[in-house]
Design a protein around this ligand. Structure first.
Ligand code: PHE
Length: 340
């Protein structure tokens, strides 16, 4: 019997080792150790062995069973490990691979500052209006109190499409469009692109940007203009910023002013940025000219208003310390990346 057990054990161990699926291994287990298994059959034959030899025989069979069970368990573990390895290998996610094949861009500095300006004025109750970049002579000049032969046209030479259609030289054209549609009280800003026939250099560009502001109501005075611009300057250039008005001239405002903010770089002492003056010009403004109100069907004896036109490029320059307008339009990613 010992021989047949040893033989069975040996062939079984080989079969177990050669087995390469879990279900095959289960079949083998049943064939050897199951109810009708080969080892079980030997065990059943014990009754034919003389009683004195039974303990010895039992020991042999039990040892064989243990050996085979161990072989099955370790083979099963090996097969399970291999299966796990296989799954891990084929389900592997390589987290080091960058799935962003397109680099993510950022907002252009002019857009960032325009958005901030829009937020600021919206919070004061201004509506935000769009206005066409291609304008008629009437909206860009005539209705703004700049008739055909007015010398003020000289400063705003622009690109003409026909004699009467042009690329707007100022967002002030939007004032007229707004006042024609909306009667006072009215508070609006209108940011956008404007055009002038200028040569490109560090401070000039044929395309640049303005933000127009307009408030019309009963009893609006220059104090309102000053107060609001003061708030604006403090918000954008720092709490300690002061503003000052210098007399100026625009045909569509009377009186007209240039507005300066104290230089945020030197605090007003005078430096390279403010060219030693302590002040930086930020916008043009004034009280809406009576003729302009009349042109829009608003009674100037009943209503007054103020308007301002700020250079968005200039304000962005001041905020970020940029000294060359061309960087805005060259689309050099090394420049643009700094504003991500
Ligand atoms: N439109 C003027 C310019 O482009 C600025 C301005 C706007 C001045 C509104 C006064 C009132 O220079």
């Amino acid at each position: 019997m010992k021989e047949s057990v040893n033989k069975l054990t040996e062939t079984s161990v080989n079969r177990i080792a050669a087995c390469d699926t879990i279900s095959d291994l289960n079949d083998i287990r049943v064939k050897i150790l199951g109810k009708n298994g080969e080892l079980t059959a030997i065990l059943k034959g014990m009754k034919d062995i003389p009683p004195e030899k039974r303990p010895e025989a039992g020991k042999i069979v039990n040892e064989a069973r243990e050996k085979l069970e161990q072989a099955i368990t370790s083979r099963q573990k090996a097969l399970e490990d291999a299966e796990l390895e296989r799954r891990l290998a084929c389900e592997k996610i390589d987290i080091s691979i960058n799935t962003n094949t397109l680099p993510v861009g950022g907002l252009h500095p002019l857009t960032i500052v325009r958005n901030r300006i829009v937020d600021f004025f919206s919070s004061l109750g201004f509506i935000v209006a769009d206005s066409p970049e291609i304008e008629t002579d009437y909206y860009n000049f005539e209705a703004l109190n700049i008739p055909k032969d007015h010398p003020a046209r000289e400063m705003q030479d622009t690109f003409f499409i026909t004699e009467n259609i042009l690329l707007r030289s100022q967002t002030s054209a939007g004032q007229i469009r707004m006042m024609e549609k909306v009667k006072p009280p009215l508070k609006m800003i209108s940011p956008g692109r404007v055009f002038r026939a200028d040569e490109v250099d560090a401070t000039h560009s044929p395309v640049f940007h303005q933000v127009e502001g307009l408030v019309v109501d009963k009893g609006i005075t220059m104090c309102d203009l000053k107060g609001m611009l003061d708030l604006f300057a403090k918000k954008f250039f720092g709490e300690s910023t002061k503003t000052r008005f210098r007399p100026s001239y625009f045909p569509f405002t009377e009186p007209s002013v240039e507005v300066d903010a104290s230089c945020s770089q030197c605090g007003g002492k005078g430096c390279r940025v403010c060219k030693g003056t302590g002040w930086i010009e930020i916008l043009g403004a004034g009280m809406v000219n009576r003729n302009v109100l009349n042109n829009c069907g608003i009674n100037p004896d009943e209503y007054t208003g103020f308007a301002f036109g700020a250079g968005l490029d200039r304000i962005t320059n001041i905020i970020y310390g940029i000294n060359d307008l061309r960087t805005f339009f060259e689309n050099d990613v090394r420049f643009l990346k700094q504003f991500d």
